[in-house]
Write a protein that binds this ligand. Structure first.
Ligand SMILES: Nc1nc2c(c(=O)[nH]1)N[C@@H](CN(C=O)c1ccc(C(=O)N[C@@H](CCC(=O)O)C(=O)O)cc1)CN2
Length: 278
């Protein structure tokens, strides 16, 4: 059975739109600032999708485009300025930034109360300690999708393939917080299939097209494909996996739309919190 991320995301965005309308009636328009460095075509597409979906939900967006050759210092200054702007409620720095930039330093220039993409160390620590805060958008979307399909996580063996700071690491910790037993693997794990074949819940977040093949999947597993490789190809070989899995996310139409939905939901939450502080 397919896990329909497009439909689940629509429900989240519809609620965000209703909350936005209520905030606007109180004189507050939630605003998401998107920051794009350079002109990587995939990043341009993702940022545009975020802006278009914000607009559809009535959320304002403010876009900052910076040249490829920008320095870390200038990018940090731009993010600091947005962090101090009272009209901006959420900030999104599109990943990846060009290799000469210190991406971690840039992310850390985002004020915690505006980190609606959940990329700062503050947000990661809050999530890890089970404290309130914004979660990383894709892991947050994955957990919401699992809940939509009433997947019971307690006591299940979740195997996460991938260890990036905004996807693999946090999704594993969020599954752990929901009482799953979590194993982290990655592209250099020896005999990867021996781990993935034990997974009741398999999260593929390794960034390699069709890296997980059908023979590496336990019959009846729930398979979450968080890959977003060029050409809309996931990290799972869908054709080989679909008959093994009890539930599986397609690419496109699975985790991707949920990522943007959680981003918008958290932007509205940030605007509500800013309103309470006034
Ligand atoms: N700062 C961030 N950067 C990046 C993140 C992130 O969560 N925060 N995630 C990825 C890419 N990404 C969002 O930025 C993203 C990728 C794909 C989709 C999506 O909805 N894809 C569609 C298909 C797209 C198409 O039709 O072209 C789908 O899966 O249905 C959303 C967000 C890296 N960077």
């Amino acid at each position: 059975m397919l896990m329909d991320g497009t439909a689940a995301a629509k429900r989240i965005v519809d609620q965000a739109a209703a909350d936005t309308a209520a905030l606007k009636a109180d004189g507050v328009t939630p605003c998401l600032a998107t920051v794009l460095v350079g002109s990587d075509p995939a990043s341009v597409t993702y940022v545009r999708m975020k802006q278009n979906r914000s607009a559809k939900a009535g959320i304002g967006s403010w876009h900052v485009e910076l040249p490829e050759a920008i320095t870390t210092r200038t990018l940090v200054a731009a993010l600091t300025e947005l962090s101090q702007d009272p009209d901006v409620h959420g900030i999104l720095l599109q990943h990846p930034v060009p290799p000469h930039i210190d991406e971690r330093a840039a992310f850390e220039a985002i004020a915690p109360e505006k980190d609606v993409d959940g990329v700062t160390m503050h947000s990661f620590a809050a999530m890890a300690f089970g404290e309130p805060g914004f979660v990383s958008a894709t892991p947050g979307g994955i957990l919401r999708l699992l809940d939509e399909y009433e997947v019971d996580l307690a006591g299940k063996h979740a195997v996460v393939v991938g260890r990036s700071p905004i996807l693999g690491k946090p999704v594993g910790m969020m599954l752990l917080a929901r009482d799953a037993t979590v194993t982290y693997c990655h592209s250099r794990t020896a005999d990867l299939a021996s781990y993935t074949r034990q997974a009741d819940i398999l999260v593929a977040a390794v960034g390699k097209p069709k890296f997980i093949t059908g023979d590496a999947i336990k019959p009846g597993a729930v398979v979450i494909d968080a890959g977003y490789n060029p050409g809309n190809i996931g990290d799972v070989d869908f054709a080989g996996a679909v008959d093994k899995a009890s539930l599986i996310t397609p690419v496109p139409g699975g985790v991707g739309p949920m990522t943007i939905a959680v981003l918008l939901e958290q932007t509205v939450a940030a605007a509500k919190m800013a309103q309470r502080r006034l």
